[in-house]
Design a protein around this ligand. Structure first.
Ligand code: ISE
Length: 350
């Protein structure tokens, strides 16, 4: 296969971004299908990206060479769809992932893998039973050049053993639907994956602290949150997640090791001094700060899929993150440390 025919399920913010990325930035791939619960949104995007006009096609309409499917499962099953990007809401992922496994379709699944650890483990077990890896999870920070350079430095041993991670994760603003649980499951989940990836260890315990909330959120929402992860090797990581920071979108990580520390996310771009002020721009949105990470993630996913391989976070990584977030929600509720209930990897994979 010299070109990967990609279908995108869910064309909201992230899915539309990925669909455009496949069309405009990704070599070796072609967008052939989209699906969304909002049919009009899917058709509008298909028309924009294909430059085509509406036409009739089996299963729905087509715009140029992009078919619009009303049923995401029909898109996944379609013979002219080689691989799938799942950017639908998390609650729809389990059914759609099982469909991808059933039809042998490689899939890049936006986080979370599924909404809870039990269903994520079922996905892991179903993929293992298939005998081949098809699922990659969209923890795209692993492809960010700064995070990749940090991991290379820590893995080199130049600084000695890594002892701590300090993380800051700030969104400019959130929506009223972005409740305390979403801060854990949709935002903090990135630091969960980063800690597992940088240390190469599982997280065994999580404690979520809830400072007095900012006055800029609805009653009952704990924003910011301060969490501490305990790793299996005795290391620790902490993260401040604040999704109504107002200033902009900021993600920083400092690794503290035996012979030094390394920090990323200090801001790039031009540092200006003008009008009595000095500073650099703070991006408003994660798609700006991590645009390169997403571009590299999707390009490497296409390249690996064309080779019949996986080149990124696996279904197990998605399951482990779900298990940590589940314990995080328990701690969020109790205010006490919560142990992570993680299956024994050797038992799952034999
Ligand atoms: C969003 O869904 C993302 O995945 C971003 O990467 C993250 O920084 C943001 O907090 C989430 O809401």
């Amino acid at each position: 296969m010299s070109e990967l025919r990609v279908g995108v399920v869910g064309v909201g913010v992230m899915g539309a971004d990925h669909a455009e990325r496949v069309v405009r930035k990704t070599a070796g791939a072609r967008l052939v299908a989209v699906s969304d619960a909002d049919q009009g949104r899917a058709e509008k995007l298909a028309a924009e990206l294909s430059g085509g006009t509406a036409g009739r096609a089996a299963g729905g309409t087509s715009y140029g060479n992009v078919r619009v499917f009303a049923d995401p499962l029909a898109l996944i099953a379609a013979g002219d769809v080689d691989a799938v990007i799942l950017a639908s809401p998390g609650f729809a992922h389990a059914e759609q992932l099982f469909a991808c496994l059933e039809h042998g379709k490689p899939v890049l699944c936006e986080k979370p893998l599924t909404m809870d650890a039990a269903s994520s483990l079922q996905v892991v077990e179903a993929e293992h039973k298939l005998g081949r890896q098809l699922i990659q999870v969209g923890f795209m920070r692993r492809f960010d050049p700064e995070y990749a350079a940090l991991k290379e430095l820590l893995d080199s041993g130049e600084l000695g053993r890594t002892l701590l991670l300090h993380n800051v994760h700030r969104n400019q603003t959130s929506t009223p639907s972005f409740r305390s649980e979403m801060i854990v499951r949709d935002s903090m989940v990135h630091e969960v994956d980063i800690a597992r990836w940088l240390f190469g260890e599982e997280i065994t315990r999580i404690t979520v602290h809830t400072p007095k909330p900012t006055s800029l959120v609805a009653d009952g929402v704990s924003d910011p949150q301060l969490a501490v992860f305990e790793l299996a090797n005795g290391a620790m990581a902490d993260v401040e997640v604040f999704v109504n920071f107002q200033v902009g979108y900021e993600v920083r990580c400092e690794a503290v090791a035996e012979r030094g520390s390394a920090t990323i996310g200090l801001g790039s771009g031009v540092f200006t001094r003008a009008n009595g002020l000095a500073g650099a721009a703070v991006p408003a949105d994660f798609r700006v700060r991590f645009e390169q990470a997403y571009d590299i993630e999707v390009q490497r996913w296409v390249d690996a899929t064309l080779r019949g391989e996986i080149d990124g976070p696996s279904a197990w990584d998605g399951y482990a993150a779900a298990a940590v977030c589940e314990a995080g929600l328990e701690s969020l509720s109790s205010g006490k440390p919560a142990d992570v209930a993680l299956a024994d990897r050797s038992e799952v994979f034999g």
